[in-house]
Ligand binder design. Structure first.
Ligand SMILES: [Zn+2]
Length: 331
């Protein structure tokens, strides 16, 4: 790539050049959090080669040489920044004034994970075995998603959290971006926030899905609403399930992460769930298969009683409903 295109692409990815020469753009290794044992690049010695006659390659003295495609793929799947198509079609974002760029980079906040030490405050999910098994969720599967048990925790804001399941929302990098709590004694549900732990930081990522760390992008993925729906389906043998953990609309940018995947909607069998299905169809502008849990008398996949019931839903011939863009005039 020529110098200006390369620099534009790097800015688009949120990578700040440290210095630029005629044939080299030096950066702090953007893959350090994934590939370096220290998780950072304290002595930046990585860079992208400027090449007027062909593709640019990336080289890092710690983690080695990689193609631009490989970098873009990593950004797409681990960080949710997708510039692959623009790169292929050579439509790299226009360079603007450098001040605007800086603002842009600041606005595009890097997703910040929750410090791992906070997770150590809680107990293994095995200590909530009865509750997990009463919900017909396999304890090992809950463990694979790093669910934890909160026996008793007094927050820095002086709330007492007792007898709850801790549900971490992790991503492809296995880092935790949100911490949800579900009371075992009541229907109460809450979010763990930095101030609860006496921290003056911000964490999270807007484009998160529960179960993302185990997603297989080569297979159809079932999209459900809640973590427990996801875990119940996995217990019943469906492995490729992720949960939106919250409502979505046709403007939910996080759906972009599912672009190019084969999606099956498994939202709740209620008006809200049906609206989520419509939102996904509207977002992708095509018909998307939906599973109807009501035919086995369930409101959501968390309630499914048996593998046989699940098979009934999966085998029910999907109605050949053609996608109708009835919203077209409203957009
Ligand atoms: Zn590196």
């Amino acid at each position: 790539m020529i110098k200006t295109d390369l620099i534009n692409l790097l800015y688009g990815l949120g990578i700040q050049p440290i210095d630029i020469t005629d044939n080299w753009v030096r950066v702090s290794c953007p893959l350090a959090d994934i590939n370096h044992i220290s998780k950072k690049d304290s002595n930046p010695s990585a860079g992208f080669k400027i090449n007027n006659n062909g593709p640019s390659v990336f080289h890092c003295f710690v983690c080695g040489t990689r193609s631009m495609e490989s970098i873009l793929n990593t950004y797409k799947w681990r960080k949710g920044v997708d510039l692959f198509r623009q790169y292929i079609t050579n439509e790299v974002p226009e360079k603007q004034e450098s001040i605007t760029y800086k603002e842009k980079v600041f606005q595009k906040k890097e997703p910040t994970p929750i410090p791992d030490v906070l997770l150590d405050l809680f107990e293994p999910i095995a200590n909530a075995k009865n509750y997990i098994e009463a919900r017909r969720i396999d304890l090992d599967i809950a463990g694979h998603h790093n669910l934890l048990y909160c026996k008793r925790f007094i927050t820095h804001t002086n709330s007492v959290w007792e007898n709850a399941v801790v549900v971490p929302i992790r991503d492809k990098d296995y880092k935790t971006y949100w911490l949800h709590f579900r009371s075992i004694d009541s229907k109460r549900f809450w979010h763990g926030k930095p101030n609860h732990f006496g921290l003056d930081i911000e964490w999270g990522r807007e484009d998160s899905f529960f179960g993302m760390e185990h997603l297989d992008i080569t297979k159809p993925v079932i999209l459900v609403e809640g973590a427990f729906d996801c875990l119940r389906l996995k217990t019943l043998g469906l492995s490729n399930v992720i949960a939106t953990h919250g409502g979505i609309s046709h403007t939910s940018k996080k759906l972009l992460r599912l672009k190019n995947l084969s999606i099956i909607c498994g939202f709740d069998a209620d008006p809200a769930g049906r609206n989520f299905h419509k939102a996904v169809e509207r977002f992708f502008q095509k018909s998307i298969q939906s599973l109807d849990w009501s035919i086995i008398g369930c409101k959501d996949p968390g309630e499914i009683k048996s593998k046989e019931d699940l098979q009934k839903v999966l085998q029910t011939n999907k109605r050949n409903h053609r996608f109708q863009d009835k919203w077209r005039n409203k957009i």
